[in-house]
Design a protein around this ligand. Structure first.
Ligand SMILES: N[C@@H](CCC(=O)N[C@@H](CS)C(=O)NCC(=O)O)C(=O)O
Length: 228
């Protein structure tokens, strides 16, 4: 199998955590796509994923799977022991629900802020981002506020249970963790008062699959090319 990704970006980071959780690192060939150079918007990559985003998983039979949740489901079920996406109907539904909330209320909201209220990935790539919006900046800032409201909500949830969807670490936690990493990189300060969220984040960052990944947002050479 191959993973087309770019180290340091939040969605690729989700899949790297999944691969580590499932002990699949050694079975995957990593293919780095020059995201800053817009390689993911060229014909060759669009043939793999018409949405033009990373990551993409290529199976040995040539099938391409995109969307981090779909890739996670596939990898999690390979060994017949789906620890990240749930075993029982209740677990599956809870994880799906909380994962989607973590995406909508944190990861995607931060991404929308980053791409619309900051220079984001630079002028070449940002033209792909909804140019019809009248005031991208205002909308982007609204998305930052959405992420902050999300942090408050997740803090409340984490006062009641050890992980986002229940007693065990799951795909929902991976999404929220990646969203918070992205918030740091985008300059959104999550208030210190969210103690349960902060304690959960410290705990998750110590997991072997996650450790050493939290400082990985945006490789130094990418930052340089973006002009930061
Ligand atoms: N819904 C997709 C989102 C993927 C995504 O937005 N990936 C980012 C990297 S973190 C990307 O490729 N961005 C390039 C761009 O927006 O031009 C998923 O779950 O994988």
């Amino acid at each position: 199998m191959k993973i087309y990704d770019r180290p340091g970006f939040p969605n690729p980071a989700r899949i790297r955590i999944v691969l580590a959780e499932k002990n699949l690192d050694a079975k995957i060939e990593f293919v780095s796509i020059d995201l800053i150079g817009a390689e993911h918007k060229q014909t060759a990559f669009l043939a793999k994923n018409p949405s033009g985003v990373l990551p993409v998983l290529e199976l040995d039979d040539g099938t391409f799977i995109s969307e981090s949740t779909a890739i996670t489901e596939y990898l999690d079920n390979l060994d017949g022991n789906p620890t990240l996406t749930g075993r029982t109907p209740r677990e599956k539904a809870m994880i799906h629900m909380m994962q989607r909330r973590a995406e909508a209320e944190m990861l995607d909201a931060v991404g929308n802020y980053f791409h619309n209220a900051t220079p984001g990935l630079g002028p070449v790539l940002q033209v792909y981002k909804n140019p019809e919006w009248i005031d991208r900046n205002a909308w982007g800032n609204q998305q930052r506020d959405k992420a902050l409201a999300g942090a408050k909500y997740f803090d409340e949830v984490l006062k009641t249970r050890p992980y986002l969807a229940g007693d065990e670490f799951s795909m929902a936690d991976i999404t929220l963790f990646a969203g918070l990493m992205f918030a740091d990189a985008a300059g959104i300060a999550i208030p210190d008062e969210y103690k349960a969220l902060s304690a959960w984040r410290s705990k998750v960052s110590e997991l072997p699959s996650v450790k050493n990944r939290s400082g990985q947002m945006f490789a130094p050479e990418d930052l340089k090319r973006l002009g930061f």
